[in-house]
Write a protein that binds this ligand. Sequence first.
Ligand code: CO
Length: 184
Amino acid sequence: MVREIVVYPDKRLKLISKEVSTFDGGLHDLLDDMYDTMRARNGVGLAAIQIGVDVRALIINVPLSDASGESYGEEHSADDQPRENTLEMINPTIVEADGTEKFQEGCLSIPGVYEDVERAKHVKVEYFDRHGEKQTIEDDDFLAVAIQHEMDHLEGKVFIEKLSFLKRKKFEKEWARKIKEGRL
Ligand code: CO
């Protein structure tokens, strides 16, 4: 089921999400709704808080045509993001992070805004899948960016907080105007 996306500056985006302790049907329904919602908006990743649920769950679906893409968060067509390619991460923890890389990012909670953000180039992450099985994943490309972006949501952070003071100021001004003019 497609759910409503929480849009910046909604205060819920500042919540620190809680650990998942039961890997039950409720969690599976949440993950399925997250996929439907992400797809409906042509997104590539989504954290549970973006549909208003403050638990440590996120999904990422790297489009097949864009595995080495230049922008994270750009819109994608339906057929290159099959459901079975969805990475579902519950209670993720970064266990290794090194290097730095700049990548252009976007976010379904801040639609239409794309900015360069610097993050670790390589990350190794431990997490649980929807069945509560512990998994490890490692990446030094698009997926590494996606994981770090979505994990920030679990800590109540959005990518524009990483912008320089001046860029952030410019963004806030433009965003306020967008809201005022009802262009969201
Ligand atoms: Co986001």
